[in-house]
Each structure stands twice: as C-alpha cells, then as structure tokens.
Write a protein of this length. Structure first.
Length: 104
C-alpha cells in the first residue's frame, strides 16, 4: 500500500516554513548548504516522499543561471557563455546578472 503524498507545490510551501534557509532568495553560492542535507534526510521518510524531495532538490540546485559580465569579453568567452545559456535554457527558471564585484 502506497501512502498518498502532498502535491509538489504544497510540499514546497511546507518546506519553506519548516526548513531554515530553503525560501531565501539568494544566488546559489550564497545559499545555505545545510538545506540540501536536510532535504536529503527528509527524502528518507518514505518512498512516497523520495521522488518528491528528489525533484525539489533538483529544482533547488539546477535552475539558476549566473552571468558575470566583465568590462571586456573576448569572442571565445562570449561563445562559451552563449553555448552555456543555450544548453541550459529549458531548465533555467532564475537568472542572476552581475557586472563587476558582487558583495554580500
């Protein structure tokens, strides 16, 4: 018998309340690394949660594109950036753009 699980958006709202740092709107390198370890522990709660939490971890880590612009780009650097963007385009949900030094 498989236990019913919460719909993904509902579970994400619960996690935003229950897991410190999950809902913080920060670039990935500034996010709390303990969030993923807490999510991995929650994945062990039940088989019904495993797939949901796996998807949440993927959404938490993968969909962010960070573009850091320099004052002068060489053509190979621009080509590499365009290629990176076009390869990841389908799964990108947030973009961080910076120019120069970024402080916390």
């Amino acid at each position: 018998m498989e236990l019913p699980s919460l719909p993904l958006p509902v579970l994400q709202n619960v996690l935003a309340f229950a897991v410190p740092g999950y809902a913080d709107y920060k670039p990935p390198e500034w996010r709390n690394t303990r969030v993923v370890s807490v999510l991995k522990c929650l994945k062990l709660v039940s088989k019904a949660w495993a797939a949901l939490i796996r998807e949440i971890i993927r959404q938490y880590e993968d969909p962010t594109l960070i573009l850091r612009f320099k004052p002068s780009w060489t053509p190979p650097e621009l080509d590499h950036m365009y290629q990176n963007v076009s390869e990841r385009e389908p799964q990108i949900t947030e973009v961080f753009v910076s120019m120069g030094k970024v402080d916390r």
